[in-house]
Design a protein around this ligand. Structure first.
Ligand SMILES: [Fe+2]
Ligand SMILES: [Fe+2]
Length: 214
């Protein structure tokens, strides 16, 4: 499906961007003077590429068709999952901007901490979000849509892509992504790398309760 192929390629670019965000945050923790302008670039990329260019297509062309045509599972997945997570990403970027503004006025450690927390929180939420789309949400759309719906979405995505390409959006933000990657390198998400993962049930204390009930 042309439109999900384009969106999966954008996921790969966003993963590269998030790798640079983590690497930059780690370098600040190691003592690099906080590069305010590069954090402003992170905000610009997050808003204009990850959000407008990518989430915009999902929300306006793909998810709306899933909710309208694929029943209660799609409704739950999109309205109570994906859209909530898009908003969480926006909230992290808002927090990042607020903390950066405060830091520029008064470079206190708490503002620096809030900057790193917002940037890393954004990277973690978006990494998990994209992984779910790649493995669950897009495959559901790809295997369930009729040919007519696929054609309609593909046409809309194609028109959006040519318009933004004429405006130079993709070139501009992919150059920014490469610049950040070349400057700071890449660090992968580490949350699922532990030898023994902590289950959600254990995180909510359910495991403990059931053991004590034995
Ligand atoms: Fe999304
Ligand atoms: Fe996505």
């Amino acid at each position: 499906m042309y439109s999900t192929d384009i969106m999966r390629a954008e996921h790969d670019n966003i993963f590269t961007f998030l790798g640079a965000v983590r690497a930059l945050c780690c370098q600040v923790l190691e003592g690099l003077p906080l590069p305010v302008n590069d954090f402003r670039k992170i905000i610009a990329f997050a808003r204009n590429y990850s959000d407008h260019q990518h989430h915009g297509k999902e929300e306006n062309f793909l998810f709306n068709e899933m909710v309208a045509n694929l029943g209660p599972i799609a409704d739950k997945l999109i309205n109570h999952g994906m859209l909530v997570e898009h908003d969480l990403c926006r909230r992290h970027i808002m927090d990042l901007e607020i903390a950066l503004n405060l830091y520029e006025r008064d470079p206190k450690p708490i503002h620096k901490l809030d900057i790193l927390e917002a940037a890393e929180g954004y990277a973690t939420v978006l990494h998990r979000h994209i992984s779910k789309e790649n493995s669950v949400v897009y495959p559901l759309a790809e295997r369930s849509f009729s040919e007519e719906i696929v054609l309609r979405i593909d046409r809309q995505v194609q028109a959006f892509e040519s318009k933004t390409s004429e405006e130079g959006v993709q070139d501009h933000y992919l150059a920014m992504m490469n610049e950040l990657r070349d400057k700071y390198g890449q660090i992968e998400d580490q949350h699922d790398k532990a030898d023994k993962s902590v289950s959600l049930a254990a995180a909510f204390g359910r495991q403990h309760k059931s053991k004590s009930a034995d």
